[in-house]
Design a protein around this ligand. Structure first.
Ligand SMILES: NC(=O)c1ccc[n+]([C@@H]2O[C@H](COP(=O)([O-])OP(=O)(O)OC[C@H]3O[C@@H](n4cnc5c(N)ncnc54)[C@H](O)[C@@H]3O)[C@@H](O)[C@H]2O)c1
Length: 246
């Protein structure tokens, strides 16, 4: 699954699934531009990649369109082309019951998870079109809870359902231009995001997973890497579950 010569841009690269994706894509030969709003954490990610000099770490807030354009401009200045692999792994939760969910927590989750994915998708895909790069793959991250609903996550479920629907539209619009766009639907994956979920709730989830365990970020990263590669050349607009059968 060689990704030699491919440039990959990953948001949320300072932690969890984003970090594991950087490692997996780099292992297959891609050059990594790792971006996160937490710059010290994304610098830590960079240190895990070999040879370090080939890759870059950038500070980025995905809800800030201007910042995204600046980052893309920097990438093109450094690497002379836009990335042909884009992974939208930045995401947040602000859980609360609907009875108490504040406007601010609703808006923030939509801003980062859905609007942030939209901004990155649109900015990077349009640049690929402009540069006439017609073999590219964009991978967005939804969530299995968007399919079933999950108590305390009205904002998060809505944002992830939006990501999945938007991805299907993007696949239709950009497909004829050689840009495939797909959604990965993780189940419960062991990362700092799920570390915040109470143990009682995690145990309830575990009982519903046929494989009897939570997933690892690397197990999601491997599927993202497959979607990034030409091995998945006929997969476009798909939602691929990585849930242990949840
Ligand atoms: N862990 C799971 O079980 C699970 C399940 C389904 C979906 N997901 C999704 O997978 C993605 C990665 O999640 P994770 O579990 O690795 O979480 P994580 O908390 O470990 O990592 C998320 C990263 O995103 C970064 N980030 C947050 N807001 C940002 C912003 N505005 N701009 C740029 N970076 C920002 C954080 O700094 C962090 O490094 C998220 O979209 C999440 O919703 C995770």
């Amino acid at each position: 699954m060689s990704l030699q010569g491919r440039l990959a841009f990953i948001t949320g690269a300072g932690s969890g699934i984003g970090r594991a994706t950087c490692q997996c894509l780099a292992r297959e030969g891609a050059t990594i531009v790792a971006a996160d709003q937490n710059f010290p954490k994304v610098q830590e990610t960079l240190k895990l990649l070999n040879p370090q000099e080939k890759h870059s770490a950038m500070s980025l807030s995905v809800e800030n369109k201007h910042n995204i354009q600046e980052v893309l401009n920097n990438i093109i200045k450094t690497y002379l082309k836009p990335p042909s692999i884009v992974v939208n792994a930045a995401g947040i939760t602000r859980d609360n019951f609907l009875q108490k969910l504040s406007d601010a927590d609703f808006a923030q989750v939509l801003d980062v998870n859905l609007k942030g994915t939209f901004f990155v998708l649109q900015t990077f895909a349009n640049s690929l079109v402009e540069h006439k790069i017609n073999e590219a793959s964009i991978i967005n991250i939804g969530s299995i809870v968007a399919k079933f609903g999950n108590i305390g996550q009205a904002n998060y479920c809505a944002s992830k359902a939006g990501v999945e629907a938007m991805t299907k539209v993007a696949a239709k619009e950009y497909g004829s231009l050689g840009i495939r766009v797909n959604t990965i639907i993780p189940g419960m994956i062991v990362t700092p995001m799920t570390a915040a979920v109470p143990e009682k709730v995690m145990n309830k989830f575990k009982a519903m997973i046929p494989l009897g365990r939570f997933g690892l970020p690397e197990e999601v990263a491997e599927v993202i890497t497959f979607l990034a590669s030409t091995k998945s050349s006929y997969i476009n607009g798909a939602s691929i579950e990585v849930t242990g059968g949840f």
